[in-house]
Structure formats: C-alpha cells, structure tokens
Design a protein around this ligand. Sequence first.
Ligand code: EPU
Length: 423
Amino acid sequence: MDALVVTGGRRLKGRVRASGAKNAALPIMAAAILADGPVRLKNVPNLADIRTMSRLLRELGVRVEREEKSGDLVLQNERPARVVAPYSIMRTMRAGFCVLGPLVARRGRAEVSLPGGCAIGDRPVDLHLKGMRALGAKVEVKHGYVFGSCRRLRGAEMYLGGPFGSTVTGTANVLMAAVLARGTTVIDCAACEPEVQDLARMLVKMGAGIRGIGSPRLLVEGVDRLSGAEHAVIPDRIEAGTFLLAAAATGGDVAVEGARWNDLFALVHLLREAGAEVEHLGDAVRVRAPRRLRSVDVTTLPFPGFPTDLQAQTAAMLAVADGISVITEKIYPDRFMHVAELNRMGAAIRKEGPAAVVHGPRRLSGAPVMASDLRASAALVVAALVAEGRTTVSRVYHLDRGYERLEQKLKRLGARVRRIKES
Ligand code: EPU
C-alpha cells in the first residue's frame, strides 16, 4: 500500500488547476444508462472512484472507454443490458447507488446492492427509495439488495428532505428517474449542490425537461426518450477548497485555476473571517494568508452552506489559527474521525457531540498517521504541510479516490511530498 511522506513547514505558493468534480462526474456517468446514443464526457478526473463507476457500468452493459487522445470518457449502452449492481462493487463506492433511478426508468428493473458501511457515519438511502416509490416504482429491500421495478414511471410531487436536509445523490437518483416518467414531477427540498446542477444541465442536453435547476424545487416534464450528449464536467470545488485551505494554513499565496467563485462562497467568507485575503481572478480563486490566522466558528450545511466535505481540512487549518474555533457538523454528526489523528500531531481539538472545539494556535509536529476516509486523509495532508518535520500519511488509497495527482500538484506549489510503498 502507498503512503505519502510530507515534510512540512513550507509556505505553499503558485498556481494549481482544479480537476473535474468527482461528485458531479459519478452521477453524470450513471445518466448514460438513460441515453439512446453515445455520451461524451470531458474533464472527468482520473480517480479510483471513476474507475469503480466505470466497472459498475460495464457490469450493467454500458461500454465505457477513456479516449487516449482527448482524455474524454465515452459511454454507450450495449446489449445485453443487465440490471444487477453487485455488492462486490457497491461496497467500495456509495455513488454507485445512483444507477437505481436510471435502471428502473430506462430498463424497467433494477437489483442494486445497498452500499457498504461508511467511515463518516450512518448513510441511509430511505429518501432515494421514497422518491422512487413516489414515481410509482415497486421497491423492495431483501438480502441486502434493493429490487426496483416499474413498466413506466409516472410523474409525482414529492418532498425529499430528511432530518439533515436535502440529499445530494438522492436528488440525482430520483431526478434521473423522473426525466423519463410520464407527466410532471415536482421534487421539493431538492439538493442545490453544484454537482446536482451539473447533472441536471447534462440531462437537459440529452433532451430532458427540467426547470428550477439550482433551486430547492425541481420541476420535471417527462419525455419518452433521451439522446446521447456531450458535456464538460464542472471543476471540483472540494479539491479547489482543499488547496485553498492548505495554502491558508501554511501562510501561503496560491491561485486555484478553474475554481468557480460562486461554488466556493462559504469557504471564501470563512477564509476572509480568518484573516486571509481572497480574490476572484476570472478563472481562478487566489488566497493570500498571513503567518497566523484567526479562529472562526463554522457550521456545515447543505449548499450554499459550508460543505461537510471541507470540514476536516478546515479543522486542520484552524488547529494552527489563533483562538478557539467551534466546528459544528449538521450533515454527518459523527464525521470527526480526523480529530484523534490531528491531536496526535499536536492539535488541541475536543469533540463535543456533533461539534469539535479547536484550541489554537498549536505547533503541529510530524507523525505517522492514517485516516479512515477521503476528506479525513486530506485533512492530515493539510496538517502535515504545516507541521514541523516529517509526516507519513498511510492508506493513500483514500486520497486516490478523490484527488487527482495530489502529490504532483502540491509539489508544484513548493511542498515537499513523495509517495512511497509501504508493506
Ligand atoms: N440522508 C438521509 N436519507 C437518505 C439520504 C441521505 O437521511 O436517503 C442524510 C444523510 O445521512 C446525511 C444527509 O442526508 O445526513 C446528506 O446526505 P447526502 O445524501 O446528501 O449525501 P450523499 O449524496 O450520500 C454526497 C457526496 C458526499 C458528501 C455528501 C454531502 C457524492 C458521491 N457524495 O453524498 O461526498 O459528503 O453528499 O454533501 O456526491 C466525499 O466526496 O468525500 C463525500 C463523502
């Protein structure tokens, strides 16, 4: 297994480009099941999760090829069309569950394994199933699989809010089913995340009738068939945000190219409150941070609130900021697995129910660490970049799920990072 060895203490400086958004690309790939023609996707990052989704789609009879010259991903339905999404694939990547809606809508039937357990806490799929049932699908859960079927879905009004607000992949799943339903569908409390907007725009290119994109109420006018289409996936706001936080933590000066200002408002405000200067430079977002940042309180919320996927990296940055910060998790109350590892590096963070109280500033020092999920691993890298001495971050496969060429990009910003093989 690979590990990253980071020697900290250098200010990050320079320019870096954000890759395509993993969480936009994954459901957009699933949308290929709905298409009658080929789907060509640009700006799809080369990540482990994308390869897993490709494997799942091939299992379902979709040809998926990465064109060598252009780097585009080309997807096309083939015969025989299969409908079983097996546990062996689903246990490694929850986003695979997004094939449920397209399979039932286009092929009339689906057997999709319930996703595997997750290190960031309980992640139910009840809202996905609620939406599918509202559209008239018969949905049963048996032997760890969801069995869905319907001859033709019919439009319906539904409320997709849960105890923690809207659901990102749930909205995507149900939206992909509703576009082929007979009649009108209203999805209320729909997720507004840029990734859901990107999927909706792609579906419109395929011929879907969707209004209200980006708002919490999506109106869908069902159509009989959808064509293939070409689409460029939006840049990854979480990857971009991770670079901005890492830059700020090290007192650096970094411009992230491709970062979309409007997708990063909540982070921009947090960084400014912490004392950094943040500028919108057309196609880039630039952060310039002083040697010492100030503490800030932050609460994660559905978009346009502060993203839970940047919470761990923010904790790492605030560990070295001056004063006490309170971080409250309103999406995944148990998503604090990074706290113990950050504390091993010298941070002073106390978990208090669904919140973490960060006492800064602390001098972090390098240590061998490992994390249990993607964003927690990213937080350890942020901490390692600030820490004195050498940090070995094990289980790099978590990072490889969501960050394309992370060590090369960090190196270009002046970080001392290398990948090693660990036994
Ligand atoms: N929820 C329910 N019922 C459901 C679905 C969700 O109660 O049927 C709850 C969840 O337990 C959570 C909240 O609703 O408390 C929001 O969950 P959501 O469904 O929005 O999460 P998701 O769609 O499974 C996506 C991202 C996650 C990101 C969350 C929140 C993808 C592939 N994954 O997950 O990304 O944390 O939205 O923004 O889009 C990551 O990239 O590291 C990652 C975990």
